[in-house]
Every structure is written in structure tokens, then in C-alpha cells.
Design a protein around this ligand. Structure first.
Ligand code: C2E
Ligand code: CMP
Ligand code: CA
Ligand code: CA
Length: 399
């Protein structure tokens, strides 16, 4: 299913859709003018819409037929906004907002019916900041689609080291998008957009494939170093949609099987809050991965108010203590008690512990003394591009 469609150019006079048809798409006018009219004997033009305006949304919001006909008045560039996107936006809107929207739409439709032959002013197009935001998200989504096709996303690697001896144990892959003309977009921002548009599925598979290939390359480079490197694991972040979409876990396993890595060397990081959306479904998806040998980590542990009751039902191999706890570690006794308790809980349930966001030597020392197995953070290294990572490891093995 395609959820982001590139913009389309249409000639003057093109009929975009007709009143009464079913609607599966809204459009944002990027260039040109579009006439909105109603048919029949009393045919009339309701509005001429311009650049930056959106139309065709009504049918998508309430599932009713098109309330009017849309025709390009001049040559136009239209950015389609799919039903999937609108549905995902509506789903995440709160209940009151949804009710208000439908209510207002119902009133607009009734008003249309009453005033079919009365003269109407230019329609109530939304011209505010909300629309601006939607527009910028839409362009981000189309650009991201292109970025995906041209492998524009970069992978950075952050080392994860074993506290007992400082050995490099694994790498977490963090994606970076250098968006043409706009600089780096923070991952949280584009991952969110990717999730809303379902682009996360092809994107996630691509990142996983590239991550596995990169690990093989990096390892063969590190082998040539003096120090002996044990096999590394690669940790890849996985979003809610990837875990919950039908067949997606199978797709991810196919990617792993097609790589040169044994599944045991691939660790998928799943944020705590994702597991709570639908615990039985999450458990089933994770079971499928774990049965194939893939390792699973619960990410950002402690931020999602997870029900401790559920924790033992997930086949988790690793628990990652969220950065916020590491931040508080040296501030007070309570901070230390909490981390001690998390480490004990993880071990009790048979999990290894990685502490994230270590920035101070003091934090690392404390964690090492309190049985935390692995560490990750700026103190050790920031996430690095492949070349820099090799340099980092080379320099370290020479020390
Ligand atoms: P995360 O999985 O919790 O990743 C750790 C984040 O903490 C990264 O931010 C990393 O750069 C940052 N970090 C690591 N060490 C330190 C430290 O010592 N101090 C501080 N202040 N920060 C540190 P980044 O790269 O901006 O990624 C943010 C989030 O975006 C990630 O959080 C993850 O949830 C998501 N993300 C990144 N790449 C991907 C991806 O390929 N797929 C998915 N689904 N999500 C991704
Ligand atoms: P939809 O009903 O899906 O298809 C016709 C579209 O025309 C409708 O969504 C709105 O986007 C737009 N439209 C309907 N009535 C008006 C109006 N009075 N003024 C401007 N646009 C309108
Ligand atoms: Ca992570
Ligand atoms: Ca994390």
C-alpha cells in the first residue's frame, strides 16, 4: 500500500473528482487554482482555491460522498494526502476533537443542502497555523519518501562496551537524515512522520538490512586490529508499527536471514511504551523473533510506566536503563536506589543491563560497581559514521 504519493501535475480543465463520488484522497494545492462547484440545474461555483489550500478532506473525514466537484482552473501541482494519513491523524486526535470535527462537518453539509441555490461566499478554508504545520509535515513525508528511495539516510553507530573490561561489545544504529537544503532532521521527528505514513515499514527494513551489512564490514575491519574482537552485536531500533503490522515481523526476519549475520547477533530495541499498547500482541510478535534467535531489548526502561506484571511475559534479553536515571545517579541517594532496584529486577528476570546516556566517569564507575553489564553514552563515544567509528576503535586498541 502506498501512503505517500508524489505530487502530480494536472492541466487546466482537468476534472479532479466529481460530486457524489467516493473519496479516497484529499489534495493540497502546491501551485495553481482549483474550482469547487456543485452540479445540477443550479450549478454554481462555491470557491476558487489557491496555493496552500486543501480540498477533498470532507469525504475522508466522515466517509460521505464528495460534496462538490473539483476541477483545475489553471495548470496545477497537487500533493495528494491519502486516507491512511488522515485516518492516522484522526485516530491520534482526542475524542472531543473528533466529535467537534464531525459536528462542524455535519453542519456544513446541512448548510450546503439548504443553500444550494443561494449565493455563497468563498468557502471556509482553513488558513491557520494548523494547516501550516500539516503542510510542512506533508512535504517532510514526500521528501522522506524520496530519501528512502535514494538511500539518503545515514547510519551512525554508537559503541556499547562491557563494563567489566571495557571491551567493545556492540553498536547501536541511530539513523540520521541530512535533508536536502534543510540540514539534519532529528530522528524523533522523521521517525514520527514515517510512522504516520507507514513509510516506517520499508524504511525500517532498509535500515535493518544496511545495519547488518555494516556490522559485517565493520567487524572485518576491526579484525585486522591488534586486539582481539569478540563478535559484536548490532542493536537496531524498532517502532510500534513495525511490531504490530501484519506480517512485518516475518519481513524483518527475512531481512536478517538474507544477511550474513546469525540472528543471535541482531538485537532489536523496542521502547517500553510500545509494549504496553497491546501487550498480548507485542508478546506474540516478540516470541516469533526470539524463536528465530533474534535478541530483544526493552529500551528507555523506566519511562513508560510499564506494568511490572507484564515484564516477565516478554522474551527480553536486555534491559536498557533510560538516560534520565543515569542523569540522576549522582544527584541523590534515591537516584542510586532506583538504579540498584532496576538492575536487580533485570537480573532476577534473566536480563542483561545496558545503561544509556553515560556522560561522566563517576556514573560509569558507579554502574560498574553495581553489576550493570554494559554502558553506552557520550563519555565512551557519540554515535559516529562508519569511518569515524573504525578510527575510534583503532585509536582505542592502540591505547
Ligand atoms: P534511543 O533509541 O533512546 O537512542 C539513544 C539516543 O540518545 C540517541 O539520540 C543518542 O544519540 C542519544 N545519546 C546517546 N548517548 C548519550 C549521552 O551520553 N547523552 C545524551 N544527552 N544523549 C545520548 P538520537 O540519535 O537523536 O535518537 C533519538 C531517538 O530516535 C532514539 O532514541 C530512537 O528512539 C529514535 N531512532 C533513532 N534512529 C532510529 C531508527 O533507525 N529507527 C527507529 N525506529 N527509531 C530511531
Ligand atoms: P469533499 O466533500 O471530499 O469533496 C469536495 C470538496 O470540496 C470538499 O471535500 C471540500 O474540500 C471542498 N468544499 C466543499 N464545500 C466547499 C466550500 N463551500 N468552499 C470551499 N471548498 C469546499
Ligand atoms: Ca535505542
Ligand atoms: Ca533509549
Amino acid at each position: 500500500m502506498q501512503n505517500v504519493i508524489p505530487s502530480e501535475d494536472v492541466d487546466a480543465g482537468t476534472l479532479i473528482f466529481r460530486e457524489g463520488e467516493a473519496g479516497d484522497c484529499a489534495y493540497l494545492i502546491q501551485r495553481g487554482r482549483v474550482e469547487i462547484s456543485v452540479d445540477g440545474d443550479d450549478s454554481q461555483v462555491l470557491a476558487i482555491l489557491r496555493e496552500g489550500e486543501l480540498f477533498g478532506e470532507m469525504a475522508l473525514i466522515d466517509g460521505e460522498p464528495r460534496s462538490a466537484t473539483a476541477r483545475a482552473v489553471s495548470e496545477c501541482t497537487l500533493l495528494p494526502v491519502t486516507q491512511t494519513l488522515i485516518e492516522s491523524k484522526l485516530k491520534t486526535a482526542d475524542a472531543l476533537t473528533r466529535v467537534l470535527l464531525k459536528l462542524a462537518l455535519g453542519r456544513l453539509r446541512r448548510m450546503h443542502a439548504h443553500h444550494r441555490d443561494a449565493n455563497s461566499e468563498e468557502g471556509g478554508s482553513v488558513h491557520d497555523q494548523t494547516l501550516q504545520r500539516v503542510v510542512s509535515e506533508l512535504t517532510l513525508a514526500t521528501d522522506l519518501h524520496k530519501a528512502l528511495e535514494s538511500d539518503e539516510l545515514e547510519l551512525h553507530f554508537q559503541p556499547i562496551v562491557r563494563l567489566a573490561d571495557g571491551a567493545l561489545s556492540g553498536l547501536e544504529v541511530l539513523s540520521r537524515w541530512n535533508r536536502a537544503g534543510a540540514g539534519y532532521v532529528p530522528p524523533q521527528e522523521f521517525i514520527t512522520v514515517a510512522e504516520e505514513t507507514n513509510l516506517i515499514l520499508p524504511l525500517g527494513r532498509q535500515l535493518l538490512r544496511r545495519a547488518c551489512a555494516a556490522l559485517t564490514r565493520i567487524e572485518s575491519q576491526l579484525m585486522s586490529l591488534e586486539s582481539e574482537t569478540a563478535p559484536l552485536f548490532v542493536a537496531v531500533n524498532v517502532s510500534a508499527r513495525q511490531l504490530y503490522a501484519d506480517n512485518e515481523v516475518g519481513e524483518l526476519l527475512d531481512v536478517i536471514h538474507a544477511s550474513d549475520l546469525p540472528p543471535e547477533r541482531v538485537k532489536l530495541e523496542i521502547t517500553e511504551s510500545v509494549l504496553l499498547d497491546d501487550p498480548p500482541k507485542a508478546a506474540a510478535a516478540m516470541r516469533q523473533l526470539a524463536d528465530a534467535g533474534v535478541r530483544l531489548a526493552i529500551d528507555d526502561f523506566g519511562t513508560g510506566y510499564s506494568s511490572l506484571n507484564y515484564l516477565h511475559r516478554f522474551p527480553l534479553h536486555t534491559l536498557k536503563i533510560d538516560r534520565s536515571f543515569v542523569d540522576n545517579l549522582m544527584l541523590n541517594d534515591a537516584g542510586q536506589s532506583i538504579v540498584r532496584a532496576i538492575v536487580a529486577l533485570a537480573h532476577e528476570l534473566g536480563m542483561q543491563v545496558v545503561a544509556e546516556g553515560i556522560e561522566q566517569a563517576q556514573q560509569q564507575k558507579w554502574l560498574s560497581q553495581h553489576n550493570c553489564e554494559f554502558a553506552q553514552g557520550y563519555l565512551i563515544s557519540r554515535p559516529l559514521p562508519e569511518d569515524d567509528l573504525i578510527r575510534w576503535a583503532t585509536k582505542r586498541s592502540a591505547e
